[in-house]
Design a protein around this ligand. Structure first.
Ligand code: DNO
Length: 403
């Protein structure tokens, strides 16, 4: 039987991405992970727009391996007044994608804010520039810089003391950069986010306030409602939905987060048993929490994984601080993860599943010397990702050769 490999993929942010399709042609990626970022969140992705993107990718020799993301509007997450009409739009977008043959759709269900980092330029050993989530710095942002009303109640005194000390040493520029990175820079190029408005802290606080009555259970109910509505459409059009883990995989800013652990995902997968209710396995997001066992995760839920983000993290303290390390270096056992994902592809192939190949993208990347001259979105440097893709690919070769 033919040996199965991942469908090597590359995240491209559309025509506005400073890293062009021509540049991506020079990598070994065959699939592109992208979204129609120009369509405002909540509006329908019309067939002609999807076709335009498909033709552009085809012209450059790529397939559209995964949509990342078809973003879930905030109103779906907090149950706003227009929730049902926005869900109808979402279903229409799914149907349109399915009609065009684009059948893997990544999404997340994190309220207000997607991934969170406190430093986007963190030198990591001699390996390159990484990104850091430093918990005390994050608390300083939350309690003193934002400041979120009553935020101090969420943290133990020892952490508040540490945060206060850090805060007292920051000059105005540093405080502003921290807030701007968390609220605007890391969110701006994905989907949603407050945008680069003048008073972005005020707008961010307004959005947090929309969740004042949304606790963990309510957010779970809102996710179930969403799944109940969309999974039948996904099934009808052959779409595999891939829920991305929360990053970091624990609550932040007083907001609930419900997709951070194996138990969270087991619960979500059990609520809708359809294979259309699936997972994006992100080794980076999941590994940043010390009590997450990624191998146990795959052994339990591998059959629901339709898309893989491979990268690694190093946990820096017991509070929850971590940094992104090289793709193969860090707490996650990437070799074993690849073995398990390969076994899953083989199982699917044997069971006659035509769609057995799992797309994988090297998630994020360290900024290397050469990346300092090429503009790119934070976390998505050109050379750092090529290095990641090549390292992952070499590891795949080794695993396949060992049999
Ligand atoms: C950040 C990404 C996330 C991810 C979304 C998926 O670099 O990993 O923005 O794409 O959460 O919906």
């Amino acid at each position: 039987m033919e040996q199965l490999r991942f469908l090597q993929s590359w995240r491209w942010f559309g025509p506005a991405d400073p890293i062009t399709l021509e540049a991506i042609q020079k990598t070994s990626a065959k699939g592109i992970v992208t979204a129609l970022h120009h369509i405002p969140n909540g509006e329908v992705w019309e067939i002609d727009e999807i076709q335009k993107r498909l033709s552009l990718l085809k012209k450059h020799g790529f397939t559209w391996s995964v949509v990342e993301s078809l973003p879930v509007h905030e109103q779906i997450k907090y149950n706003g007044p227009d929730r049902e009409s926005i869900i109808r739009h979402y279903k229409q977008s799914l149907a349109n994608l399915g009609k065009c043959g684009v059948t893997k759709v990544c999404y997340n269900f994190m309220p207000v804010i997607d991934w969170v980092r406190t430093d986007l330029e963190y030198p990591w050993k001699n390996h390159g520039i990484s990104m850091l989530f430093d918990y005390p710095t994050f608390v300083a942002f939350d309690v003193f810089i934002l400041p979120r009303p009553n935020a101090a109640h969420d943290y133990p005194d020892s952490l508040l003391d540490q945060a206060e000390k850090l805060y007292s040493k920051m000059d105005e520029r540093k405080k502003e950069t921290l807030a701007h990175n968390i609220i605007v820079v890391t969110q701006g190029f994905i989907d949603g986010g407050v945008g680069n408005v003048l008073d972005y802290k005020k707008e961010f606080l307004r959005r947090l306030e929309l969740y004042c009555e949304v606790d963990t259970n309510t957010l779970r109910e809102n996710l179930l409602h969403f799944l109940h509505e969309i999974v039948p459409v996904a099934e009808e059009f052959g779409i595999q939905m891939c829920l991305h883990p929360d990053d970091p995989p624990f609550p932040v800013l007083g907001l609930p987060r419900i997709a951070g652990t194996l138990e969270d995902f087991q619960w979500i997968m059990e609520q809708q048993l359809s294979p259309s209710n699936g997972i994006t396995f992100c080794s980076g997001s999941l590994s940043s929490r010390a009590d997450n066992d990624l191998i146990a995760f795959l052994k339990s839920l591998g059959s629901r994984v339709h898309f893989a983000h491979l990268r690694n993290t190093t946990i820096l303290d017991e509070k929850g601080s971590f940094c992104e390390s090289g793709h193969l270096e860090g707490g996650a056992d990437i070799e074993q993860i690849i073995r398990l994902l390969h076994a899953e592809m083989t199982r699917r192939q044997i069971s006659g599943d035509q769609n057995h190949q799992i797309p994988m993208r090297p998630d994020h990347g360290l900024k290397l010397q050469k990346d300092l001259k090429v503009h790119a979105n934070p976390g998505y440097p050109y050379y750092g990702r090529i290095k990641g893709l090549e390292e992952l690919s070499a590891l795949e070769d080794k695993i396949l050769n060992q049999g």
